[in-house]
Write a protein that binds this ligand. Structure first.
Ligand SMILES: Cc1cc2nc3c(=O)[nH]c(=O)nc-3n(C[C@H](O)[C@H](O)[C@H](O)COP(=O)(O)OP(=O)(O)OC[C@H]3O[C@@H](n4cnc5c(N)ncnc54)[C@H](O)[C@@H]3O)c2cc1C
Ligand code: SF4
Ligand code: SF4
Length: 430
């Protein structure tokens, strides 16, 4: 206690798989955790998936119990719609300023009934569903998102544009809408900080050769994951824009690898997961996986690949991939293993974009006073060399904030960061 200047609270930034795992473990060890999450709901990327490779475990069954434990844990303060604005001090005695945006809905009185969004007259593309569904100006991103309390998107709410509208207020029988809600500033004293801000995905639109946004039925990997999800825009039905089921699907891996210069680590297994999705829901449909590498290290992953090939997945070595309209369908031109021009015609193309640093990584790194590496992810090591340490003592990092990786490694790093925080070491061999 003394070495921590009278407090031993921990700040965790980002409430995806890494942040949730670390917060629960820290609380179990008797630490008080402030878990800061910028979006209105928590869980990170995993809440968009139906299941998790390589064993196709149900994603909700994995994450929902952890989310419930976290929401009920008195030692964890979950701060959604929040960002870290300022950090000063050193290991054991950091001072942190957090800005929490007003949600305009009281978490104490809201029961999550959804009457307010039914009444709201504004309709716009839902980013969570990659634009394949609509949402209102008062909303929760998807059914099942937690906390199940909506917030008002002030950029699109009519009232915040100076127009007359009381629809949500009138629809709410619990008087939970608080139009005079204010942003809050919280000043926290913490002994250690864990960065768990995850990843983003490369913007597909500027890479014109892949036809994204121009050619119908060319989707991103997340859009395909949402199509398959039972709480997604089609309630799990894999279908084309026309409403018909595709009879052939091609997954294109490593989209943006030339631009990033690194492997995104999960696309190979993810593409095989998508082959499994098609096989599961449309057993008569053909699946082609276009790749330049097939990285399936370890016995479980290799078995998963072999199983998908047995089930008919066609693994195609392809470079110089170009996607265009196929009249009908989609046409893919590429060079095969011998460098010869080849072509494939399919009904649907799924692009697996490269992992990139999460938006705002540079700004957060500057606030914390820690470096990014040459690719823009948080730099690992430096303060003794441990993989969950940063160049600054007392500030740790875990999960995809340092680069692309799958969930099992994310969880291992979160646990390693917890061990480092509890023992006051750098997470490496001192
Ligand atoms: C389509 C697709 C399918 C996948 N399927 C699988 C799979 O089947 N199996 C598997 O092992 N892996 C899979 N992955 C990889 C998996 O998504 C990641 O390994 C894992 O979700 C990373 O967890 P994380 O906590 O590090 O990051 P994230 O899930 O990205 O969480 C980070 C959190 O931090 C928040 N945040 C970001 N910046 C800030 C900030 N400045 N302040 C506050 N909060 C912030 C974000 O809103 C988010 O909630 C898949 C990836 C993709 C793209
Ligand atoms: S704000 Fe009111 S109407 Fe909207 S979900 Fe909460 S309780 Fe229901
Ligand atoms: S006040 Fe805003 S959020 Fe509420 S119903 Fe009107 S437009 Fe929608």
């Amino acid at each position: 206690m003394d070495e921590n200047n009278g407090h031993d609270d921990v700040l965790v930034i980002g409430a995806g798989m890494a942040g949730i795992e670390a917060s629960l473990r820290l609380a179990l060890a008797g630490r008080h955790v402030h878990l800061v999450e910028e979006s209105p709901c928590f869980g990170g990327s995993v809440i968009r998936f139906e299941d998790i490779y390589p064993n196709m475990d149900c994603a909700t069954c994995m994450i929902a119990p952890l989310q419930q434990d976290l929401l009920q844990n008195a030692s964890i303060d979950l701060l959604t719609l929040s960002r870290v604005e300022k950090v000063s001090g050193n290991a054991g005695k950091f001072k942190v300023r957090v800005k929490k945006k007003a949600s305009y809905v009281s978490a104490e009185t809201c029961i999550g009934c959804g009457m307010c969004f039914e009444a709201c007259p504004v309709s716009l593309d839902n980013d969570f569903e990659e634009g394949m569904a609509q949402r209102k100006a008062i909303y929760v991103p998807a059914a099942g998102a937690l906390p199940n309390v909506p917030s008002i998107d002030t950029d699109n709410c009519l009232r915040f544009k100076g127009e007359e509208c009381n629809a949500c207020i009138e629809a709410c029988m619990f008087e939970a809408i608080v139009m005079d809600d204010k942003d809050e500033v919280l000043d926290l004293d913490v002994a250690a900080i864990l960065v768990a801000t995850g990843y983003g995905l490369m913007d597909l639109k500027p890479m014109k050769r892949f036809g994204y946004g121009k050619v119908p039925d060319v989707l991103s990997s997340v859009a395909f994951a949402r199509l398959y999800a039972s709480n997604g825009p089609t309630e799990g039905e894999l279908k084309l824009r026309s409403g018909d089921a595709p009879s052939s699907v091609a997954v294109v891996q490593c989209v943006g690898r030339e631009e990033t210069g690194y492997c995104s680590a999960v696309c190979c297994l993810n593409s095989l997961k998508f082959a499994h999705y098609v096989d599961h829901k449309l057993p008569d449909a053909a699946v082609h996986v276009l790749h330049t590498d097939m990285c399936v290290p370890g016995k479980t992953h290799q078995r998963f690949r072999d199983k998908m090939v047995e089930h008919g997945a066609d693994l195609v070595f392809a470079t110089d991939v170009k996607v265009g309209k196929g009249s009908p369908g989609v046409k893919i031109a590429y060079k095969d293993g011998a460098g010869k021009a080849a072509e494939l015609k399919v009904d649907m193309v799924v692009l697996a974009p490269a992992f990139v640093p999460s938006e705002g990584s540079k700004e957060l790194a500057d606030i914390l006073g820690v470096p990014l590496d040459g690719t823009g992810f948080f730099a690992q090591g430096g303060n003794g060399g441990g993989p969950v340490s940063t160049a600054k003592e007392g500030i740790y990092v875990a999960g995809c904030a340092t680069g692309p990786k799958g969930i099992s490694q994310v969880v291992m790093e979160a646990d390693m960061a917890v061990a480092a925080i509890l023992t006051g070491t750098d997470g490496g061999v001192s």
